[in-house]
Design a protein around this ligand. Structure first.
Ligand code: PSU
Ligand code: MN
Length: 312
């Protein structure tokens, strides 16, 4: 069990988020690795502010999560966002294994999906929006490269809204892993798994939901039943912004070849591939990425409102 008093030693909640928590208002958690390692400057900072704006416009409170000078922060100031955005890949990428090290040594860190879920759960935030999650990498049968995001979805009670796992990953293996771990994979308005840049793929989601209201009710049932863990909610990129699978697949294959030639491994794999794809598409993939994140922020806000409505 979490000791809420002990946790307070390490966590600072911004006044805006604290007010929303105290009043029981809907809140949407946002990660910070997408800022430092997921997009180039200055679009990364602009996108973070846009995400906050979209969440507020849709009736919820945004809570960007990161670690600043060893303090776990829930809700960042603009200058903290700007710092992470400018530092980029020089900032530590913090997943579950890294949290204690970064806090204990007073360091700065950008939180991944896994660590953002952990921290959101510590303060009682149930809904989290991002772009893409980590998953089972292509070639995982030899590299063993499986993101800690999947393990976190298996055990931490936070619902993650994304645009589907990116095709830099092995999609069928990612789905198999989530099934083994008991993580529900939802499609919003679709039976097919969206694949980040593309609104669809050849693979089926476990369950389809067309309305945020009924999805919020399902989340309540899951957690009231004591079924530990998150849910992966896949919200397809709006069609006008998508990049066709044939085009992006070629780019991804090039990026993977380059990565293998350079021998890049571990934590550096995802940031390398994300940056390479942006470079090879001359920024087209970045525009798609920004639009799908904002779309997820809007849906997550609606879902957070529905969940609060049910809880009343
Ligand atoms: N996928 C994306 N964009 C991202 C990430 C993944 O399309 O920004 C980031 C997220 O923070 C995710 C992390 O949690 O990369 C996964 O890294 P790894 O594969 O090393 O677990
Ligand atoms: Mn990995």
């Amino acid at each position: 069990m979490l000791n809420k008093e002990l946790i307070k030693k390490y966590v600072t909640v911004s006044p805006e988020v604290k007010d929303a928590l105290d009043k029981g208002l809907p809140i949407v958690a946002l990660e910070s690795t997408i800022i430092s390692h997921g997009m180039p400057y200055p679009k990364n900072a602009q996108t973070a502010y846009e995400c906050e704006r979209v969440v507020r416009e849709n009736g919820a409170t945004p809570a960007i999560i990161a670690i600043i000078n060893g303090v776990i922060k829930v809700g960042l100031t603009d200058s903290e966002v700007d710092y992470l955005a400018r530092e980029g890949r020089r900032v530590a990428k913090v997943s579950r294994r890294d949290i204690a090290h970064i806090v204990a040594n007073g360091l700065n860190g950008a939180t991944t999906v896994a660590s953002t879920m952990i921290i959101a759960d510590m303060v009682g935030i149930k809904i989290f929006a991002t772009g893409g999650i980590g998953g089972v990498h292509r070639g995982a049968e030899t590299s063993f490269d499986i993101s800690a995001d999947l393990e976190e979805l298996a055990k931490t009670n936070v619902a993650v809204i994304c645009a589907g796992p990116k095709a830099i990953l092995d999609l069928p293996k990612t789905l198999e892993y989530l099934e083994t771990k008991g993580v529900d994979v939802i499609g919003i308005g679709t039976n097919k798994l969206p694949a980040f840049y593309s609104s669809t793929s050849a693979y089926d989601v476990a369950h389809r939901y067309d309305e945020a209201e009924s999805l919020a009710n399902m989340l309540r049932v899951k957690w009231e039943l004591g079924l530990q863990g998150g849910v992966l909610i896949n919200n397809p990129i709006p069609k006008q912004y998508e990049i066709k699978a044939e085009i992006i697949d070629e780019v991804i294959n090039k990026a993977l070849d380059e990565m293998n030639a350079l021998g890049i491994k571990g934590q550096d794999v995802t940031p390398f591939l994300l940056a390479k794809v942006v470079e090879l598409t001359k920024g087209d993939s970045l525009e798609a990425n920004i639009h799908l994140v904002l779309n997820n922020c809007a849906f997550a806000s609606h879902l957070a409102r529905c969940l609060k409505e049910i809880e009343k």
